[in-house]
Design a protein around this ligand. Structure first.
Ligand code: GDP
Ligand code: GDP
Length: 460
């Protein structure tokens, strides 16, 4: 089963052109069963080193009894349900039309992954249309020119991790159950493999000897292992999926897993580079500190990377059992945290002992909450009321006597939350004003500990 990308969008935006570019002559598998996938073209795409299946909702223009809208909707829904991800194409020259909104609606409700492609983006005539694309609330539009082959590198960069993750998941599902604990009823943990819901993806990172292995083993000790460890996400990273207190969770890259899995006899300490790699796969990154030597250079690097990669972050302070003055230590840690990692303001700091198992409940809670915040979406109306209040409280500067006007604000993405503020003269707004708004968003919409992206754009 190969990864499937559906190309959807209203007629004339360039879907077929894009399909042909991706598939070339490798058209295949036209299903001639009436009424099933007759209207969906399917082909084998090649994009750099990536191979995947692409389906196109062609033939919409053909007249039938049904209304175009109705047909479009049905066909799109069918394509979306068949696909692992959707490339939703708009015409950047035409801008966002009402019909595009219909598609955006379907995709928001139905698709696991939506890539918004603003096609016909060659040249400058398309710039306004690309920006309008933000308002669809599907993230940053990817500038494409199907006709000229522009944007293919970016498309590759977006698809690669999705395809890798899908392949890893498929491999995991097919893998024979190695080293699975069998409980009294003779039932293996495998029967609990979550299929519908995607597991929460967590990386535990930190300097060597912070206690990562011990922590993972403690979590494994408590809860059943769902699937065997799997090498091959990348050359070095491995992952395993388990039921962490009722939450299907995939944990990336720890020496502990290798120990438990007996993948290797000799336990190999993973380097910081492995940690960096694990961060890229994770939704939530747990930075495990050693309470005795917290906030070392390596920890700071990992934390900073997690923030820059836009991951939800939880800081866990390990070996808390060795602490005598816990209150004093905690105060000190919080101060250091605020000073050394201001970019992670509000991220939860949890004390644990991997050795005794204390604090693992709170860690679990903190991870779930961080994930929830990371996925949060604030309604546009609410945001704009809020923005008006923020502007009134602290108006933006007026360089040369002309006050910069903030016109409109919308959340363009989640995971992590990203916002765009439309305004006059964005280049003149100081970084401090951005920080003011980001800080306000954090407080007022209760979004601690997640990176928040906010950009200013001019409307023209
Ligand atoms: P579909 O109905 O969405 O499948 O759209 P088509 O692929 O048939 O394209 C519709 C029209 O847009 C055709 O005339 C294409 O040549 C044109 N087109 C497609 N991609 C581009 C592009 O990147 N730039 C420009 N300027 N035109 C394009
Ligand atoms: P890793 O390199 O991050 O995987 O660290 P390990 O899990 O191998 O732990 C390094 C050392 O710290 C080992 O000797 C562990 O027994 C010890 N250790 C780990 N967690 C704790 C803890 O919560 N309390 C105490 N006292 N020692 C711990």
């Amino acid at each position: 089963m190969s990864f499937t990308l559906a190309i959807v969008g209203r007629p004339n935006v360039g879907k077929s052109t894009l399909f042909n570019r991706l598939v070339g002559k490798r058209l295949a598998l036209v299903d001639d069963q009436p009424g099933v996938t007759r209207d969906l073209r399917e082909g084998q795409a090649r994009l750099g080193d990536l191979r995947f299946t692409v389906i196109d909702t062609a033939g919409l223009e053909e007249a039938t009894d049904e209304s175009l809208q109705g047909r479009m909707r049905k066909l799109t829904e069918r394509a979306v349900d068949m696909a692992d991800a959707c490339l939703f194409v708009i015409d950047a020259r035409a801008g966002v039309l009402p019909a595009d909104e219909v598609f955006a609606d379907i995709l928001r409700r139905r698709s696991a992954h939506v890539i918004l492609g603003a096609n016909k983006a060659e040249g400058t005539a398309a710039e306004a249309g690309v920006l309008e694309g933000y308002a669809l609330g599907l993230g940053e539009p990817l500038r494409l020119s199907a006709e000229h082959g522009e944007g293919m590198g970016e498309l590759h960069a977006i698809l690669m991790p999705l395809i890798e993750a899908a392949e890893a998941q498929a491999a995991e599902e097919e893998a024979p159950p190695t080293d699975i604990d069998v409980d009294e009823e003779g039932e293996t943990g495998l029967s609990h493999t979550p299929t519908a819901a995607r597991p929460l993806q967590v990386a535990v990172v930190g300097r060597p000897n912070a206690g990562k292995s011990t922590l993972i083993n403690a979590i494994l000790g408590e809860d059943r292992l769902l699937t065997g460890p799997e090498a091959g996400i990348t050359r070095d990273a491995i992952s395993l999926t388990l039921d962490w207190q009722g939450t299907p969770t995939r944990i990336f890259d720890t020496a502990g897993m290798r120990k438990k899995a007996k993948v290797q006899d000799k336990v190999e300490k993973l380097s910081v580079a492995d940690g960096l790699r694990a961060v890229k796969f994770a939704e939530v990154v747990v930075i495990l500190l050693d309470a005795q030597i917290p906030f070392e250079q390596q920890d700071l690097r990992l934390a900073d990377l997690a923030e820059r990669e836009g991951r939800a972050v939880v800081v866990a302070v390990n070996k808390w059992d060795l602490e005598t003055d816990r209150q004093g230590k905690l105060r000190e840690l919080k101060e250091e945290f605020a000073r050394l990692l201001p970019q992670l303001r509000g991220a939860p700091l949890v004390t644990v002992s991997a050795k005794t198992g204390r604090g693992l409940d709170r860690l679990h809670e903190a991870v779930l909450r961080a994930h929830d915040v990371w996925n949060r979406r604030v309604p546009t109306a609410k945001l704009n009321r809020w923005l008006a209040g923020m502007v009134e409280m602290h108006p933006p500067p007026a360089p040369g006597g002309r006050r910069i006007r903030l016109r409109y604000m919308t959340q363009v993405k989640t995971r992590p939350p990203g916002f765009v503020v439309m305004c006059s003269a964005p280049e003149k707004l100081a970084e401090s004003y951005r920080r003011y708004l980001v800080g306000g968003l954090r407080e007022d919409f209760d979004m601690p500990g997640t990176p928040i992206r906010l950009t200013f754009r001019s409307q023209s």
